[in-house]
Each structure stands twice: as structure tokens, then as C-alpha cells.
Design a protein. Structure first.
Length: 360
């Protein structure tokens, strides 16, 4: 009997302990889930607050951090996102540039809307170029970065440390940031253009056009100069060309535009790129021949020589059509630079306004 009583007395001592443990465990889970729920709510509120600030175009670091994590887009082209972070970063870069412009730069400072348009247009273009580069299986290799960097050093004429200092001062960018945000899109576009120009894909045949490579010697004429005197001087140089003197050497000596540094070489160009009088004279020549007479344009007198002809795919028209066919969405309350873009199946090359020594 005593043994049974002892066993009975021991039973209640075990069961309450197990029940307490269960209750304690349930309470622990309740507090854990409650804490997680509160944390989720706080995070959601934080994200919603960040999105509210994004709509106000905030550049707050915390807001940008949330935007980066969630890859918040400012625009899309063919469903490909252009991120808000990239937009804000590039806009800051442009603002920094115009706040500290290079010595001697006299161009007017763009308005806030114009800066936004420039930044957004370039970012959208970069996204489209990146997509097309993937189709052409084009990548930017380390050698491309090294070449770009070397060209930067050569053109700048300073040390790498001096360039880094200048990039930070002018753009607010490190060298690596500059290579990724500026150099990479430029390299991709150049490689894409080279690939497209030489493409034999039947789908690209519609973009075929004739191009010429020409040199010229330009003598500028304006209201303050003696036209007859200049014409006589140019005629004297033309006579030297006719007598067999090297065209490039004479161009380097006499031409009054930037091409003199390249022996008068204007590179490759198609119809519509130059003023009509110049274009007609060049396209009428045979390869290796020079104009027997002076060519008069609104810029002055030219002596022209045709170095080569070729048929290539027109990259500018190709890209123009790609933009017109693209679905572009601007998702935030900023000016839309694409609103007047008309969708067409194909466009003809644009006639550009005069803007260079001889280019239209």
C-alpha cells in the first residue's frame, strides 16, 4: 500500500512538468512568431516609405540602398529595366560635371529637365545596346578596358594618379566606376557597330548603303576675308596637287580645320552626312582621284580627294529603327524624352543640320 501511495504521489509531479514545458514552448513560439511578424511589418513599412521617397526622386543613401536591393526601375525598354540607382548616380555625375566644368568650356548649362532627359536617354540606349550586343554575342573583355584606359592616358597626357584625381573632381567617379559606367557602354556600342557594319545576315540587307572615304584641304571664307584672294591661294595649292605633290602633306600644311592633323582625312561617311556641294563632288569622283576644280561651300573652298568606296550596313538607321520599334516606359514622375518617338517599320537616314567643317 505504501508503495502504491508513493507511486501515485509521484505521478502528478511528472505530468504538470510536461504540461508546463509544452506551455512554455508554445509561449516561446508565440513570441518568436510575434517578433517575426513585427519585423516583417517594419520592413514592409520601410520599403513602402522608400518607394514613397523614390517617387519623390530622393537620393537619400537609405532609399538608394532599398532601390538597389529591389532593383527598382525608373524606366523599361522592351521589358528590360533601367534602374533608379543608375539614374540617380548618372544624374549626380552630370550635375557634378557642370558644377565644376573644365576650363574653357563655354557651352550653356542644361536645365534640370534637360539633364534628366540626357541621362535617361543614354541609360535607355545603353540598355538597348547591351541587349543587341548579347544577340551578336559581343562582350567587353579586359583587353578592351586596358586599351580604353591607355587611350585615356595618352589623350590626357598625365599619370594614372592624375587622371584618377581629375575623374573624381570632374565626375565624382573612381577609375573603376568610370570604366563601368562610361567606358563599357562606349566600347559595347563601338564593337556592336563594327559587327553590324560587316554583318552578312539577310535581315540586315535592308540597311545597305554606300560610303566613301575622302580627304580635303579647306580654306575658310567669311565676311571679313578677301574671297578672291583666298580663291587664288587655294588654286595655287590645287596646282601643286596636280603637279604630283602629296595630298596629305599639303592638307597638313594648309587645311584650316581639324582634319589637318590627319592629313585632311575625313574618315568614312555616307550620303546626307556632308553639305550637298561637298557630297556631290566627292561621290562623283573615282577612287584615287581628286577634284579638278575647287569645291565651294558655305564654309569656304575645298580641294577634295576620294580615297575609297564601300557598301556597308547603316548602323545609325538600324539603331534608329530599333528605338522606334521598342516599347519604352518611363515609370516615375520625370520628363519623358521618348514621348514623341514614332513607331515605324523602317526609316530613311536623317538629313542633319550643318554642324561641322563640312558635315551637315
Amino acid at each position: 500500500m505504501d508503495t502504491e501511495n508513493q507511486e501515485l504521489n509521484q505521478i502528478p509531479a511528472v505530468e504538470p512538468t510536461a504540461e508546463v514545458k509544452v506551455k512554455k514552448s508554445g509561449i516561446g513560439k508565440f513570441f518568436l512568431f510575434g517578433f517575426l511578424g513585427i519585423l516583417v511589418i517594419v520592413l514592409l513599412l520601410g520599403v513602402l516609405l522608400a518607394y514613397t521617397q523614390i517617387k519623390k526622386l530622393s537620393d537619400n543613401k537609405w532609399v538608394l540602398g532599398v532601390a538597389k536591393v529591389f532593383q527598382v526601375p525608373v524606366a523599361k525598354i522592351n521589358s528590360l529595366p533601367v534602374t533608379y540607382v543608375d539614374y540617380v548616380k548618372d544624374l549626380k555625375t552630370m550635375e557634378n560635371f557642370y558644377a565644376n566644368p573644365p576650363v574653357g568650356m563655354n557651352s550653356p548649362i542644361p536645365t534640370a529637365e534637360q539633364m534628366s532627359d540626357l541621362v535617361l536617354s543614354r541609360l535607355v540606349a545603353n540598355r538597348l545596346i547591351g541587349s543587341l550586343a548579347n544577340e551578336f554575342k559581343i562582350k567587353v573583355e579586359q583587353a578592351d578596358y586596358d586599351s580604353f584606359k591607355q587611350e585615356l592616358l595618352t589623350n590626357f597626357g598625365g599619370t594614372e594618379e592624375e587622371i584618377k584625381t581629375e575623374l573624381q573632381k570632374t565626375y565624382g567617379l573612381t577609375m573603376d566606376e568610370y570604366l563601368l559606367s562610361v567606358a563599357k557602354p562606349l566600347i559595347l556600342e563601338k564593337k556592336l557597330q563594327e559587327a553590324f557594319v560587316s554583318s552578312i545576315d539577310p535581315a540586315h540587307m535592308q540597311y545597305k548603303k554606300e560610303e566613301v572615304n575622302a580627304r580635303h584641304i579647306l580654306f575658310l571664307v567669311n565676311d571679313t576675308k578677301d574671297d578672291a584672294g583666298i580663291k587664288a591661294k587655294v588654286q595655287g595649292v590645287l596646282d601643286r596637287v596636280k603637279n604630283g605633290e602629296d595630298f596629305a602633306t599639303l592638307a597638313a600644311q594648309f587645311s584650316e580645320d581639324g582634319s589637318r592633323n590627319n592629313g585632311g582625312d575625313l574618315g568614312w561617311f555616307g550620303k546626307g552626312a556632308m553639305v550637298p556641294e561637298f557630297e556631290n563632288a566627292v561621290f562623283a569622283l573615282e577612287v584615287g582621284k581628286f577634284s579638278p576644280n575647287l569645291v565651294k561651300t558655305s564654309y569656304g573652298y575645298h580641294i577634295v580627294k576620294l580615297e575609297g568606296k564601300r557598301v556597308v550596313n547603316d548602323f545609325i538607321t538600324f539603331m534608329d529603327n530599333k528605338f522606334k520599334q521598342a516599347k519604352i516606359e518611363v515609370l516615375l514622375a520625370i520628363h519623358n524624352p521618348f514621348k514623341d518617338l514614332v513607331t515605324e517599320t523602317q526609316t530613311q537616314p536623317q538629313n542633319l543640320e550643318a554642324g561641322g567643317a563640312v558635315s551637315q
